[in-house]
Design a protein around this ligand. Structure first.
Ligand SMILES: [Zn+2]
Length: 533
């Protein structure tokens, strides 16, 4: 059973606003509402397509309906409540909605002033002409003692992960630097199959920020390493993290990953989000989604699978209702993506599995966040296949955070705000966002890239095999010695900004899923292999 937490979202506020407006209209027409629930039921009936969270929001609204009984619509407390709601809407840039809500408050000076303020703010928005920003994370490290316990996983977590305390410290700094979370799907318009940039209007001086989280799957390899176990939804429709305790019991937490932490921050600071936008949650498929093993990774009873699938639907619905987008991060996350040995058959298998095994539960999406941040040439048949499969917002990795609209697709490169960037390439962050030293978790071990590189160099002498996967693939080609050396050379080169994109892609290229590696050889020192994620 998940405990309640009052986490007010703008989405809910909007529903509340609609309800309040309906009630006010009834009041204006001298309708008598005998049964308050009838209003709620009508509304829910009209909105059921949005599922769980709307129901939850409607439940909240029913409370509001009771409070704003038409007979007392002009009393002080109900007016004050409406005004407070309007203020929240204004803070979150819902100017038209605030104005309409305030229309329902009669003969109130404050309401009139707020309406004028909202109108003024709306008219002062300016078209954004600046550069674009897209940052990404992996699931956050909750327990640093477990992640940085000296085992062979430590270095990988240190490089590619961010801790809870670091993420929590980043948010006020991003807010202070005038960033506003922006929905990537509102940055592109598709007309006649072609992609065009969509105008962005923001308060003067503000900058749109897209944020994404890769591999929100809570893989087996992360068990006992200080991460959340899975996502769930509380009775108010908030996405929560489920964390396993030492004694095997589970706790519901609101600070176990990027999503609940950001939800709470935006609740506190609605001005950090353009109309409630949060970010993109990207999931693979080979171990299910959001921590639920809904695919064929392990044998589960039909009932268990069905129950887990319902949970995934519930989480996905709650995410979408609280401003999140969901993206395909490939089904297999196989290395052939980054080695570019992927055949059309393998790609078709990957896309088909995601569409058949994951999309029905997380919902359809046109966003793909490629594994290893891989980019293909626009003319590459594999790139064409991805776009033609409906994934026309394509997000690779690139420290330059370039955004482009090319024929039928939009590309948005992303900068990793993780250990390797903060420790080894802090300027990539400080030139746009904040000084990484302000947020760095003191429990991080030294990155020690020198040592890592030397060992990796030695490992080149040993052939590196494509990791085993939980299923069979044809044509999995081992990485060649020459390619390995090139990887390392690229890592060693000092980076200037023009090389940044390639470099960061290389970093991702050098990753393999730890889970695959664990299956391959539990005794393998990670440094003897390419890396993961
Ligand atoms: Zn990944």
């Amino acid at each position: 059973m998940i405990k309640k937490q009052s986490n007010f979202t703008l989405q809910k506020l909007l529903v509340t606003f609609i309800i309040t407006t309906i009630v006010a209209m009834f009041a204006a027409c001298n309708f008598t509402i005998d049964d308050k629930n009838s209003t709620q039921n009508e509304f829910v009936a009209a909105e059921t397509s949005n599922g769980h969270a709307i129901n939850s929001a409607a439940n909240d609204s029913s409370n509001t309906s009771e409070k704003s009984n038409p007979d007392t619509s002009n009393n002080d407390s109900s007016q004050q409540e409406t005004i407070a709601q309007a203020k929240k809407l204004i803070d979150g840039y819902f100017y038209d909605e605030a104005i309409a809500l305030l229309e329902t408050v009669k003969n109130n000076k404050e309401a009139i002033e707020l309406q004028q303020k909202s109108e003024k703010l709306k008219n002062s928005l300016v078209k954004y002409e600046g550069r674009h920003y897209h940052v990404f994370f992996h699931s956050l490290i909750i327990d640093t003692a477990k992640a940085f316990d000296g085992d062979y996983m430590q270095q990988g977590y240190n490089m590619y992960m961010t801790t809870v305390s670091e993420f929590q410290k980043m948010l006020p700094l991003l807010l202070q630097e005038n960033f506003i979370l922006y929905d990537i799907t509102d940055m592109v318009e598709f007309r006649n199959g072609k992609a065009y940039p969509k105008d962005i209007y923001l308060p003067e001086g503000k900058k749109p920020l897209v944020l994404s989280i890769d591999d929100v799957n809570y893989y087996e390899y992360m068990k006992n390493d200080g991460f959340a176990n899975r996502l769930d939804v509380d009775s108010d429709g908030n996405v929560v993290t489920i964390v396993k305790n030492k004694d095997g019991s589970e706790s519901v937490t609101y600070d176990g990953d990027v999503m609940p932490i950001l939800d709470a921050f935006v609740h506190e600071h609605p001005e950090f989000s353009w109309k409630g936008a949060k970010g993109i949650v990207a999931v693979t498929g080979y171990q299910g989604a959001f921590g639920y093993r809904i695919t064929d990774y392990k044998k589960h009873s039909k009932d268990d699978i069905n129950q887990m699938r319902e949970k995934v639907k519930e989480v996905a619905s709650a995410l979408r209702n609280t401003g999140w987008q969901i993206a395909n991060h490939s089904y297999t996350h196989n290395r052939y993506w980054t080695e570019k040995t992927m055949t059309m058959g393998q790609l078709q298998y990957d896309i088909r599995r995601w569409l058949e095994e994951i999309a029905p539960y997380v919902g359809s999406t046109n966003i793909i966040i490629t594994p290893f941040g891989v980019t293909y040439d626009q003319k590459d048949p594999r790139f064409r296949y991805i776009i033609d499969s409906g994934f026309n917002i394509y997000c690779p990795v690139g420290a330059d955070m370039s955004m482009s609209w090319q024929k039928d697709n939009m590309m948005s490169s992303r900068l990793n705000l993780d250990g390797i960037t903060m420790l080894a390439y802090p300027k990539r962050i400080s030139r746009h966002f904040f000084e990484p030293s302000l947020v760095l978790d003191p429990s991080r071990p030294p990155l020690n890239m020198e040592k890592n590189t030397k060992k990796s160099k030695r490992s080149v002498e040993t052939p590196i095999n494509t990791p085993a996967l939980p299923y069979d693939y044809e044509n999995t080609t081992p990485i060649s010695k020459k390619e390995s050396v090139e990887h390392i050379d690229n890592e060693l080169k000092p980076i200037n900004s023009s090389q940044a994109t390639d470099y960061t892609t290389q970093i991702e290229s050098n990753q393999i899923h730890l889970d695959n590696k664990k299956q391959q050889n539990n005794n393998t020192n990670y440094e003897n292999n390419d890396f993961y994620q």
